[in-house]
Write a protein that binds this ligand. Structure first.
Ligand SMILES: Cc1cc2nc3c(=O)[nH]c(=O)nc-3n(C[C@H](O)[C@H](O)[C@H](O)COP(=O)(O)OP(=O)(O)OC[C@H]3O[C@@H](n4cnc5c(N)ncnc54)[C@H](O)[C@@H]3O)c2cc1C
Length: 387
């Protein structure tokens, strides 16, 4: 038997260091996450603070950033860490993506030296958690319409508005909040506990249950001038962060798919139907072959995009292509694996249905599949069909 990744000799594309990082993250997931994640999912709870410290201790938080306690790893290493985390659960990868690629990246890229010193080392260590507030109740795919405002009052800024669907929201020590000002969209660091700032968890989720999702309410939140991110001007600020997080999803989604496929192959080998192993039927083998092909293609695309990112030549359209393809195919793989598990496929005893419902969120956040199709359509035709 050949493992799905071995079929494509993916390891030959990786350096020794990259394989070692992947193996380390896999070991942490096997020890700290896999034994508990189905129960967290079922309960709709996540020990986020504890997990952040564990993940910080192995250096995955902001691992692709340089300095300030961050590991300064290459894009492929970061991607492989995302893959292993999402093979455990998309919620865990979401925690790490939002911490490292959205909150920390925003501070690292656009923050003042004081902001970097204050937040980044503690966030890299997992002692402090961050969130990223861009989406609003009425503006998701079109963040340019945001209603949250920041107005000057003397030397201060006063923020009002509501952010919605914010990962890590209620467990964060700092929220990166994007708001409309007289000089366009700007980013602000809002520490937890600032008067007027509250975070309320979204309940009754059926997807990403092992992840904290919150509404952020800002009612007359007064911040000093130094709370503004000095180097982010306009929507390109938050969009730059989203591009970083999307890159991690290109790898991450393939992790969820791989976990589903490995589970289905093992199940089909054990399960007997009509007095023979399920794996011995041609219909089963066709499903497995098709899924292995999409997984292999997705992994090759991920590593290729990683190398482009390391060379500094990757474009936002290429990241969109990777996010659109790999999440869409991962979801298809999860659904097909679910069919192979029959009724067992609908229980949390196996990870497959959990990955499938998680991937529904992944399909929507960080740009929906429709939005990424429009990005590619514009690139191919030169015509924008967004409006
Ligand atoms: C679990 C979870 C965690 C999240 N975490 C965060 C976070 O940490 N921070 C944050 O800021 N946001 C977060 N989000 C929000 C996420 O980014 C948005 O949900 C996403 O951008 C889509 O916005 P929306 O839900 O408002 O959908 P809408 O924008 O209302 O879209 C509804 C539908 O319309 C389609 N559509 C939109 N525009 C067009 C168009 N021009 N042409 C054709 N179809 C179109 C969309 O593709 C979608 O199918 C999270 C979401 C979820 C589910």
């Amino acid at each position: 038997m050949v493992a799905p990744t071995a079929l494509f000799a993916i390891d030959t594309l990786l350096t020794d260091e990259e394989r070692e990082i992947r193996n380390t993250v896999r070991r942490v997931c096997d020890r700290e996450i896999r034994p508990h994640v189905a129960a967290w999912f079922e309960a709709g709870e996540l020990p986020a603070r504890e997990l952040a410290r564990t993940l910080g201790s192995v250096g995955v938080l902001g691992m692709h950033l340089d300095g300030y306690g961050c590991a300064g790893m290459g894009a492929v290493s970061y991607g492989l860490a995302c893959l292993e985390l999402e093979a455990a659960d998309s919620g865990l990868r979401s925690l790490v993506s939002v911490q490292g690629s959205l909150a920390m990246y925003a501070i690292w890229k656009y923050g003042s030296e004081e902001q970097k010193q204050e937040w980044l080392p503690a966030m890299a260590a997992g002692k402090r958690i961050g969130c990223f507030g861009l989406t609003e109740p009425d503006f998701g795919s079109d963040p340019a319409g945001m209603r949250t405002t920041a107005k000057r009052e003397g030397g201060d800024w006063v923020l009002n508005g509501t952010k919605m669907w914010i990962t890590n929201g209620s467990v964060s020590d700092v929220a990166v909040v994007w708001a409309r000002t007289d000089e366009g969209i700007r980013g602000f660091l809002v520490p937890a506990g600032t008067p007027g700032f509250t975070a309320n968890d979204v309940k009754h989720k059926i997807s990403l249950r092992a992840s904290v999702t919150s509404e952020l309410v800002l009612e007359g939140v007064r911040l000093p001038d130094e709370a503004m991110l000095p180097d982010a001007r306009g929507l390109s600020g938050p969009l730059g962060c989203l591009n970083e997080a999307r890159f991690g999803i290109v790898f991450g989604a393939m992790g969820a798919a791989l976990d589903c496929l490995e589970t289905a192959i093992a199940y089909a080998g054990d399960r007997e139907v009509f007095a023979r192993p399920l794996a011995s039927f041609q219909l089963t083998q066709e499903k497995l072959a098709d899924m292995a092909l999409e997984l292999g293609k997705g992994l090759l695309l991920a590593v290729h995009l990683g190398r482009l990112k390391e060379a500094g030549t990757i474009t936002p359209e290429q990241v969109s292509a990777g996010k659109l393809n790999n999440v869409r195919e991962a979801l298809e793989i999860a659904r097909k694996c679910r069919t192979l598990l029959g009724a067992s496929g609908i229980t949390l005893e196996y990870p497959v249905i959990r990955h499938a419902v998680n991937l529904e969120s992944v399909l929507t956040y960080e740009g929906t599949s429709e939005i990424h199709s429009l990005v590619l359509g514009k690139a191919l035709t030169g015509i924008s069909a967004f409006h």
